[in-house]
Design a protein around this ligand. Structure first.
Ligand SMILES: Cc1ncc(COP(=O)(O)O)c(C=O)c1O
Length: 459
C-alpha cells in the first residue's frame, strides 16, 4: 500500500503530540511514547503514520465504518452533492435529506419521520426533548421522567450521560439532569437475582416495578439499546422484549430504541430491534448510517409522535422548537444513501449473519481452550466475550488483562476493542465488530491474533 507522500510522518506525530487532545485518553503516556496516527484505510485495513498495516476488527474502534474504508463511491457522492448544494438550515428541505428519509423509513415499517442531526448523543437528546415536550403539552408536565437501563450508554452530553447506566462514564461529571431513572440490567450471566427460571421475564418485570414505584403517570419514555454495546455486549434474553413492549403499552410509555451501534446492518438486520418484533415510538441512529464518511444522525419517529407537534398551529409554542445547525449539511444524507446502496448491492446483511455465526463459533472454540473466557455473546458482527478469573465464581478478570490482550493483538497488527471506563470492576469484555464486509479469512486472522494473545497473557 502506498501511503500519501504529502506529509512528513514524524512532523505529524509531533504536531499531534503537542496539540491534539484525544478522546478517552490519559495523555501522560504520550510524554514518553508516540500517539497512533492513522493515515490510510482500505477495506478492513488501516495503515498508521509509520507505515504499519493493521486489520481493524472494530470498524474504526467504535462500531462505525460498517462498509469498510476507501469507498470512493461514497466520497464521490458527497463531493457531487457538495458542489451542487452543501448546506441550508433544515427548516427547509434539501434533495438528499428528502430522498434518504424516504428510503430509511421504507426499511422501518411503522416509522415515518426523520429528524437529522450530527451525533448519536444529539439524536438521543432530540428524543428526550420530544418526550419532555409531549409531557408538557399532553400531560400537564407530569409524564416527564425517562427510564434508562443499568449498563446502557446513550451519549456524552450531560443529559445523555444522565440517561446512561455506566458509572465510570458518568463519574466526576455530575450533577446530572433530573428526571432520569435507572432500571436493572438484563445480563443473565450476571444475574442480580441468583438462578431464575425465566430471567428475561424477571428482568422486564423489574422495569414494571420501577414504574410502579415512581408512578406510571410520571413516566414518559423508556430508552433502551436493543443490544447493549459498551456496557458489555448484552443481548436481552428470551421473553424480555415481549414483556417490555407490553409494559410500555399498559402504562402509556413511549419506547425509544437507541440504534446508534446496532443500526444499519451491524446485527444482520437493518435495525437491531427488528430481531425482536418490537414496535418503537422513537428510534435513534448514528455511527453506521454513513459509516463515518460524513457526520449524520437521525431521530426517527412514528407519525403519531410527529402529530403531537402540530395539534395547535395557533399556539406559537406547539411545534418542536429544536434546531441542529449541521443537521442541514447535505453531505450526511448523500453519504448515507451511497452507504445504503453498498449494503444492498453487496448483500451485506446476509454476510453479517453468516460471518457473525462463524465468528461466534470460532470464539466458542477459544472458550473450550481458555478457561479465562467465561461467556461469549452478541448478534451478527457485534460480538463480545467476558474474561473471568474463575468460571465457577465468575470473578471478573482485572481490566489490566483485557488491556494486555488488546495490546498483544495490536502489536501483531490486529485492532480489537474492550469495554473501558464503563462499569466499575466489570471492564472485562473484549469487543469485536469488524466491518460488515468481513470475510472468513479476516475472521480467522482476528481469532488467530486473539488466540496468540490469550496463550501469552494466560501463560
Ligand atoms: C448506544 C450508543 N448510543 C449513543 C452513543 C453516542 O454517540 P456519539 O458518540 O455519536 O454521540 C454511543 C456512542 O458510543 C452509543 O454506543
Amino acid at each position: 500500500m502506498t501511503l500519501n507522500p504529502d506529509f512528513d510522518a514524524l512532523e505529524v506525530i509531533s504536531q499531534d503530540r503537542k496539540h491534539v487532545w484525544h478522546h478517552l485518553t490519559q495523555h501522560k503516556a504520550h510524554e514518553k511514547s508516540d500517539p497512533l496516527v492513522i493515515v490510510k484505510g482500505d477495506g478492513m485495513r488501516v495503515w498508521d503514520a509509520t507505515g504499519k498495516e493493521h486489520l481493524d476488527a472494530v470498524s474504526g474502534a467504535v462500531w462505525t465504518v460498517n462498509v469498510g474504508y476507501g469507498r470512493t463511491e461514497i466520497a464521490d457522492a458527497v463531493r457531487d452533492q457538495l458542489v451542487e448544494m452543501n448546506y441550508f438550515a433544515q427548516a427547509v428541505g434539501n434533495v438528499p435529506a428528502a430522498k434518504f428519509a424516504a428510503r430509511l423509513v421504507e426499511k422501518m415499517p411503522g416509522m415515518s419521520r426523520v429528524y437529522f442531526s450530527n451525533s448519536g448523543s444529539e439524536a438521543n437528546e432530540k428524543g428526550f426533548k420530544i418526550v419532555r415536550q409531549i409531557a408538557q403539552r399532553k400531560y400537564g408536565g407530569e409524564k416527564y421522567k425517562i427510564l434508562f437501563r443499568e449498563r446502557d450508554y446513550h451519549g456524552t452530553t450531560i443529559t445523555t450521560l444522565s440517561a446512561s447506566g455506566q458509572e465510570e462514564r458518568k463519574g466526576q461529571y455530575g450533577p446530572f439532569t433530573p428526571g432520569f431513572v435507572e432500571v436493572p440490567h438484563c445480563l443473565e450471566y450476571r444475574s442480580q437475582w441468583g438462578e431464575v427460571d425465566d430471567y428475561g421475564l424477571r428482568a422486564a418485570n423489574e422495569i414494571e416495578r420501577v414504574i410502579l414505584e415512581e408512578g406510571p403517570e410520571t413516566i414518559g419514555a423508556l430508552c433502551l439499546e436493543p443490544i447493549t454495546a459498551g456496557g458489555g455486549v448484552i443481548e436481552p434474553p428470551a421473553g424480555y422484549w415481549e414483556r417490555v413492549q407490553e409494559i410500555c403499552q399498559q402504562y402509556n410509555i413511549l419506547l425509544h430504541i437507541d440504534e446508534v451501534v446496532c443500526g444499519v446492518g451491524r446485527t444482520g438486520k437493518w435495525f437491531g430491534y427488528q430481531h425482536y418484533g418490537i414496535k418503537p415510538d422513537i428510534v435513534t441512529m448514528a455511527k453506521g448510517v454513513a459509516s463515518g464518511y460524513a457526520a449524520i444522525s437521525c431521530t426517527v419517529t412514528t407519525e403519531a409522535v410527529f402529530n403531537d407537534f402540530k395539534d395547535d398551529p395557533n399556539d406559537p409554542m406547539s411545534y418542536f422548537r429544536d434546531i441542529s445547525t449541521f443537521g442541514g449539511c447535505t453531505a450526511g444524507p448523500a453519504a448515507a444513501m451511497a452507504n445504503m446502496d453498498i449494503i444492498e448491492r453487496e448483500n451485506l446483511l446476509e454476510n453479517v449473519t453468516v460471518q457473525g455465526e462463524y465468528l461466534k463459533g470460532r470464539l466458542h472454540e477459544l472458550m473450550a481452550k481458555y478457561a479465562i473466557i467465561g461467556d461469549v455473546r452478541g448478534k451478527g458482527l457485534f460480538v463480545g466475550f467476558e474474561l473471568v478469573l474463575d468460571r465457577e465464581t465468575k470473578e471478573p478478570a482485572p481490566e489490566s488483562m483485557a488491556v494486555a490482550i488488546a495490546a498483544h493483538c495490536m502489536k501483531n497488527g490486529v485492532i480489537i476493542g474492550r469495554t473501558n471506563r464503563s462499569i466499575p470492576g466489570l471492564n472485562n469484555t473484549i469487543c469485536l465488530s469488524p466491518a460488515l464486509i468481513a470475510t472468513q479469512e479476516d475472521i480467522d486472522a482476528i481469532v488467530s491474533a486473539i488466540d496468540n494473545a490469550l496463550a501469552d497473557v494466560t501463560a
